[in-house]
Design a protein around this ligand. Structure first.
Ligand SMILES: Nc1ncnc2c1ncn2[C@@H]1O[C@H](COP(=O)(O)OP(=O)(O)O)[C@@H](O)[C@H]1O
Ligand SMILES: [Mg+2]
Length: 306
């Protein structure tokens, strides 16, 4: 399958001399949720802005469904909906007018049925006649998404959709994004919340200092780079890890009720069989055990640190 967005060797140096993108190449496949993860200043907004034709690249090319974003700008842009990082809407317009107006900007004929569907999908229908200024922060964000979807784009960019948003609203936003994916829209979101990438994305790209340092399936990424932890739930608390077990990477939980063994999933031997034998020999009894994958957060921190 051909990618819906193809970014090749993209660079951007701002007039200030700031190099915000440095040779970024990336393919986005139709229908996926792609999370672009990186710390503040990494180049996320610049990358999105370039793909959407708001920032002129210094080098490289971008095509959207085969249309070059510079030589074939209108055709490329029409396929894209953008929810920018900064929210700006006319506070005194109604939800309905704001969203309908956005569609008009793309020169598309009126389609009230589509606008109604978008508003219903985003749980804004019963507020369609409300002025923007009367809406809660979460609703305003959903209005921004409705605006971006007003001209029926195939691709939706969400630049930090949940920055500064509380946990409840963030979860609501994730629901919205999942529902959009189900309608076939390709979604690219930027975030500096690892949790968000972990929760939402099919694939994750990590960007730092204008360079895409890694792109992978989320699950493969976590598998490949992750460490696992084995937790043993002890029958009785112990004071310290017994010296006979000092050869293992073991920690005792704060409540002294669990032994936590960290091992590398890439290693040929996990050491678990030997560990369990030695634990038994040390006279420690446990009644349950579970394993957990280390989070994307740990992976991210270890990548960005290097
Ligand atoms: N219009 C601009 N002019 C000059 N420098 C800019 C401009 N926009 C962004 N930058 C710089 O480019 C780098 C990347 O910024 P940005 O793309 O906004 O990163 P992010 O969205 O990941 O936080 C930063 O160092 C930022 O200060
Ligand atoms: Mg940004």
């Amino acid at each position: 399958m051909a990618p819906i967005i193809s970014v090749k060797n993209l660079s951007k140096t701002y007039g200030t001399g700031r190099k915000a993108l440095n040779g970024v190449s990336l393919d986005i496949m139709g229908g996926e949720i792609f999370a672009l993860l990186g710390p503040n200043g990494a180049g996320k907004t610049t990358l999105i802005g370039t793909i959407c034709g708001l920032v002129n690249p210094t080098g490289g090319t971008v095509t959207v469904d085969g249309h070059d974003i510079i030589t074939d700008y209108r055709a490329a842009r029409e396929l894209i909906g953008l929810v920018p990082q900064e929210l700006h809407t006319d506070a005194f317009e109604s939800v309905w007018d704001t969203v309908s107006f956005s569609r008009g900007l793309f020169g598309k004929p009126k389609n009230p049925a589509h606008i109604e569907k978008v508003l219903r999908d985003l749980s804004l229908w019963d507020r369609k006649d409300s002025k923007i200024i009367t809406l809660s922060g979460g609703m305003k964000r959903r209005v921004m998404i409705a605006k971006a979807l007003s001209h029926e784009p195939q691709i939706l960019f969400l630049d930090e959709p949940t920055a500064g948003v509380d946990v409840e609203l963030r979860k609501g936003m994730w629901e919205v994004v999942r529902a959009l994916k189900a309608t076939g829209v390709t979604i690219i979101l930027t975030t500096h919340y690892i949790e968000e990438a972990e929760e939402m994305a099919d694939r994750v790209g990590v960007i730092n200092h204008g360079e895409l340092i890694l792109v992978d399936e989320k699950s493969a990424l976590m598998q490949k780079l992750g460490k696992k932890q084995l937790k043993l739930h002890l029958d009785a608390p112990i004071d310290t890890v017994p010296p006979q077990l000092s050869a293992y990477d073991l920690a005792l939980s704060d409540d002294h009720n669990k032994l936590i063994y960290t091992y590398d999933t890439r290693a040929e031997h996990t050491g678990i069989t030997a560990l369990l034998g030695d634990i038994r020999a040390a006279g420690i009894r446990f009644h349950d055990l579970d394993t957990s994958q280390s989070s994307l957060e740990e992976i991210f921190v270890s990548l960005v640190r290097t």
